[in-house]
Design a protein around this ligand. Sequence first.
Ligand code: WTA
Length: 641
Amino acid sequence: MSYPYQIKTAEEYKEAYKKSVENPDAFWNDIAETFQWHKKWDRTLEWNFIEPDIKWFVNGKLNITENCIDRHLKELGEKPAIIWEPNNPEERVRIVTYNRLHKRVCQFAQVLKNNGVKKGDRVCIYMGMVPELAYAVLGCARIGAIHSVIFGGFSAQSIADRLLDAQAEYIVTCDGAYRGEKVIPLKDVIDDALIGNKTVKRVIVYTRTRTPVSMIKGRDVWWEDEMAHAEDQVEKGGAVSFPAVEMDAEDTLFILYTSGSTGKPKGVVHTCGGYMVYTNYSFVNTFQYQPGQVFFCTADIGWITGHSYIVYGPLSAGATSVMFEGVPTWPNAGRLWEIVDKYKVDILYTAPTAIRSLMGFGLEPLQGKDLSSLKVLGSVGEPINEEAWHWFDEHIGKGKCPIVDTWWQTETGGILISNLAGVTPGIPSFATLPLPGVQPVLIDENGKEVEGNPAAGNLCIKAPWPSILRTTYGDHERCRQTYFSAYPGLYFTGDGALRDEKGNYRITGRVDDVLNVSGHRIGTAEVENAINMHSGVVESAVVGYPHAIKGQGIYAYVVFNGDKHNDTGDRQNILQTVSRIIGPIAKPDKIQFVKGLPKTRSGKIMRRILRKIAEGETQNFGDISTLLDPGVVEEIAEGKV
Ligand code: WTA
């Protein structure tokens, strides 16, 4: 595998960037031509950001799995595509070669077909981090079904909402999933999610933990039985095949639900052609991946990072991708370093929250771990603070590995702003420069572009890159409203940013009501809705506050019914409610019971004040004269937890 579009020097970066802005069609045309297409596109790009209507590689035909698997088989067939490291280090590892991946994906595509899945059908995937999750994702892509992966930390209620929104007819799950010491009964959760569901016809269950499950007649089938049956169908005379279904470049590849400022998660839609080209391009350039290197992204495939940089980006580049089932701190805090040592990992891509939590264990867990294979380090999910950056640099990279601070979003599909490892300089706490094809702008409070440097404002993007979201599933108006209406003609990211004298971007965080807790996006409105479901709660307001490890913690102000509440018991009950409605990832870190919330005369909660109190401010709340009852502020400040 070679990457003719890999940028090698800062000078080449400048040239590539210039070309991508001046002539995006020609720029992306050349890159896309290196992929395998059934039919070439008629036009490279058609777009407007008003409706919005965005099409890349118009009328091009392809199947992404042929690009992620088949085209590598001749050269890389016996090379590892996926190295799977189990939760328990005592358990056998699994090395999945490209040949083996091909076979399993063909087999699973056949399983889907046998179960009635057709192109365009929605398949919900709720599994732990086992290789079968990758087979399921790619099996869907092979047959043209739309996958919607749901992270294992979401509750039955969250799954039910997503199943309904996507009108999903099929589910792939596991009996259970290991997470450190815990076993999460995934199939049980699915069973709860399916109470009252009218669309799901089939549930395919992979055995991982031997957790007892109830299999419903006519609905539930075992992965193992289905795969065994499919094996004979796809394997003939020693050769394996399952014809990849031809997809239009703009056919939907997947839906991934993510939180916004309203109470209801949105199904972000990505399509086949543009997503393939951009995840590959950004992977090869940001990390400066070289053939044969081992790439380890610690994310979960339930999030966009796992989709783009465990599965599609690395595999389309013929890379070796490490997939880790467990957690960084179990059985001890040396787990990631042990994996780096064991597989001689070249590139490690992780999140600031993981770095901060591991920092807390000191240097002991690093003892005896050979990290000398590392060449590039990466960070994603939230701003990386300087302390964590330096620790990562000094103790993990030993001062010799460039760190790429990659800024992007579920909606962007791939990395948009980052230094390119060893090619353009990294600066602690700066994502630095846009990748070729990406045109960021900063917008001030009057909606005007802030030109010149330095500058600050809301981060928007001026023109489409190939993996921009196309719509939000089933509700295009919501997509327009959320991303394209604040500043007509621009894509609005929801983030604020600074730009230094040299044009380097520093992301300062969300400017909307979205929290970033341990790199997970959670809408404050979602958490409030969940808290308000508790029978004793009158109303609530949720804000973020700085948290040493998680980046942001969740602070909930709760007005309880009547005075006679039991602090500890009610707190537990509220946590339980949030867990049930959204999932354990959304549980508030702090709950403060208050008599009332600071509201304006029109009834709007002044979150600005609540944020200040949560941050530890005791006096300077700014202008509170517009409040209905200014006295409430002092009372809340005094009762801070
Ligand atoms: C934040 C994750 C600062 C940002 C890929 C964005 C970051 C949100 C960075 C998207 C970074 C992500 N520096 N902030 N390098 N990367 N963010 O959709 O607020 O889970 O809007 O995608 O994470 O989160 P999402």
